[in-house]
Design a protein around this ligand. Structure first.
Ligand code: PMP
Length: 377
């Protein structure tokens, strides 16, 4: 049994990524800016990685790709760019990850508008249209592709089309989408964020896609790397690992989705029978095939987590970035759940090789922990 069911927090390095990282570290560890042959070779490999990445996203211009340390950096970079170079408003959804929501608030203050979501956690497109019609000076709309907590999928393609109609740039945080659903089409967005460790790649590696010919884009300042758009020596071995992980997953996605949805649907209907009163968050909307977030009928979620962990199961209380602190779930806040429900939330996020037996073990453990907690109550 594999009891690790917290893949939305992070994933283990997959074999393809480990091999690619190791090979690149052995053969192509040189500085891509160096003028000798070995440096030029790394530079060329980085360009090839840009081409492959752009191709995965369906973007035509590889030099739109900037490699960086991951989604937090990418999201901060986008918002910093808009804070520095635009005076208009930035609209984000109420369920964005803190790396969008906090950086937007910190950098743009009252220039940020938070657009509400439905009870299922989905941004209402009519609201977005009304907003774009009403507000004359919108510099950017930022909407995640899929939510890290409950897995709800946002209508980012439709939101992008609306933004194009109003000629407003559109940023999509695709950290939870990439590696779980096909990436083709994301390249139509003006800005796209991705993080390698969410799909079997190395931690501390990711990318940002920016519009073509955006010469004045600056994230980290310093050396001339990546056309001055992100200073710092490129981490080619990590980029090689990220691309290998991505490459190995893309052909598996439809099968993983089919199986994942089947397993989750079995688990949710079994839990509904065996833990009466359980509520599934966002279950009426389209969700990532690997994620289920639910509110257990009783007892603090941290008590559940400790007892599940004793049974070999690792799950989360919601956003991994919020758990362990007093931050209640952003999704539950935005979707109108009460405070008591927030303390009873559990998030399960499966991986590409999670089996029916793993889901069965989870269900048995949940039923068992419930009985134990009730007995002690
Ligand atoms: N955006 C989303 C939607 C995420 O799920 C995460 C990770 N929880 C991030 C951004 C931040 O990613 P990282 O920690 O790799 O910077």
């Amino acid at each position: 049994m594999n009891g690790y069911l917290d893949y939305n927090a992070t994933t283990p390095l997959c074999q393809a990524a480990a091999e690619a990282w190791q090979a690149a570290s052995a053969d192509h560890w040189h500085n891509a800016s160096s003028l000798y042959r070995e440096g030029a070779a790394v530079n060329r490999l980085l360009e090839e990685a840009q081409m492959e990445l752009a191709d995965f996203l369906g973007a035509e211009e590889p030099d739109r790709v900037i490699f960086n340390s991951g989604a937090t950096e990418a999201n901060n970079a986008v918002l910093t760019h808009f804070a520095r170079t635009h005076s208009g408003k930035v609209a984000i959804s109420a369920v964005e990850h803190p790396s969008v929501a906090e950086s937007a608030r910190g950098l743009l203050g009252d220039r940020v508008d938070e657009l509400p979501v439905s009870r299922e956690g989905v941004l209402d497109l009519d609201r977005l249209r009304n907003y774009l019609e009403r507000e004359q000076d919108v510099a950017l709309v930022s909407l995640m592709a899929a939510n890290n907590e409950c897995g709800v999928i946002q209508l980012w393609r439709e939101a992008l089309a609306l933004c194009q109609e109003f000629e407003v740039p559109f940023h999509c945080d695709a950290a939870q989408w990439i590696g779980k659903l096909p990436s083709e089409g994301l390249g139509d967005c003006d800005y796209v964020t991705g993080s390698a460790h969410k799909f079997g790649g190395p931690k501390g590696t990711g990318f940002l896609l920016i519009p073509e010919d955006l010469d004045r884009f600056r994230s980290l300042l310093g050396g001339p790397q990546q056309e001055r758009r992100r200073a710092g020596t490129e981490n080619y071995p990590a980029v090689a690992g990220m691309m290998a992980a991505w490459r190995s997953l893309e052909p598996r996605l439809s099968e993983c989705r089919r199986l994942g949805e089947e397993h989750r649907s079995w688990a949710e209907s079994t839990l509904e029978q065996r833990l009466p009163g359980i509520q599934f968050v966002g279950a009426g909307a389209e969700r990532l095939w690997n994620t289920t977030m639910f509110i257990v009928p009783a007892h603090d979620n941290r008590r559940w987590l400790t007892r599940l962990n004793r049974r070999g199961i690792a799950v989360s209380t919601g956003s991994a970035c919020s758990s362990g602190r007093e931050n209640p779930s952003r999704v539950l806040q935005a979707t109108g759940y009460d405070f008591s429900s927030m303390g009873r939330t559990i998030r399960v996020s499966a991986g590409w090789d999670t089996t029916m037996e793993d889901w069965q073990a989870l269900v048995e453990a949940l039923v068992d922990v419930h009985a134990e907690l009730e007995e002690r109550h």
